[in-house]
Design a protein around this ligand. Sequence first.
Ligand SMILES: Cc1ncc(COP(=O)(O)O)c(C=O)c1O
Ligand SMILES: [Zn+2]
Length: 415
Amino acid sequence: MNVSQLKCSLCGALYAPDEVRYVCPKHGDIGLLDVLYDYEKIKSQVTTSDISKSTNFSIWRYWELLPIDNRSAVPPLRVGWTPFYSAKRLGKELMLHHLWLKDDGLNPTGSLKDRASAVVVAKAKELGVEVITAASSGNAGAALAGLSASGHIPAVVFVPHTAPEAKVAQLLIYGARVFLVKGTYDQAFELSLAASKKFGWYSRNTGYNPYTVEGKKTASLEICEHLALIKSKGSTSAWRAPDRIFVPVGDGNIITGIWKGMRDLQALGWIEKMPKLMGVQAEGAAACYNAWKEGTETITPVEAHTISDSISVGLPRDGTRAVRAVRETQGAYLTVTDEEVLEAMRKLAREEGVFAEPAGATGYAGLAKAVRENLVDQDEDIVVLVTGNGLKDIHAAVKAAGKASVIEPNLENIR
Ligand SMILES: Cc1ncc(COP(=O)(O)O)c(C=O)c1O
Ligand SMILES: [Zn+2]
């Protein structure tokens, strides 16, 4: 394994990888840790060409950049290497020449969260823990349930009782122990942390576990590998970062992961530029946007209300790094309304055949707004991260699409 140290994102304190399990002990539960690697060692082990020749079409093709020692700890379910589509129709509509969609709804449990859960389950197997737990708005829990079924470790998942039915069904069918908490996601998060401490369960809670970011960063690695393949027509020695990436933001752990992947690639000299990260939040759950706008890294909680249940977060647990990711890459935060999200769901599905849940379509809603506000240049390479599958929340899909006509079985009705 090439991990060298864990670094506190608040005070910069450094720890050996096995010295702390979750967070910097100096700040309660909020000192989230960045995982640092020995980049010279990685460069001596593998090149971009080696990786691009790999026939392992999953996140594990980036083995040298991941925090796991033991290949037998990896759960078999295939995660990652999701489609990267050139979005020609939507590009034309928005007058953008180079628009791509990365469809992470096609992961095994239907969201980008599978990337984090695969890495955390592998870590749990290495540590020899007996139970994993997580709080989730739905998708992280479903991902943990699926990946821990695949890795044969029991999982205990806490979700708000309002989580969409399909997500709760996923938790149950994978055999997780499920607690529907009468409260918000933020309350489920606190309860899960308390249970982890009390019962000694391994916590996968977003951000609190330093390895969730490491899983999510693989989406960045794939984007740069895909773009190089497309742009260089087969010559794959250097990878290529896009100019901008639109990312939906709830807790802020996905955007932190996207940033971390890009920073790893820069440290290795495998990409030349850092993309501008565009964080998109729901207007009714915009704590990161507010902090960014006010020029602070201190997150003030809000009362969250949005159709996009996956990003309905009042107190973003990875908010500080999520604000920093946007500021340091010279990107921007945007907010979108529920109506704009429903429109984005229709556009993605009807113009490009990509069916996203509301949070999954939020990045595209943000792009449409950014175009209206002249925030992007039409020649930029732009990637929209679609983070969750539309079948996760069919009530929202019906809201976006309307109802079908019911007819008597005869041709007259069709006419
Ligand atoms: C589909 C989907 N999109 C976006 C997000 C936001 O990710 P984060 O909470 O890490 O910002 C989530 C998180 O649950 C999600 O499930
Ligand atoms: Zn610290």
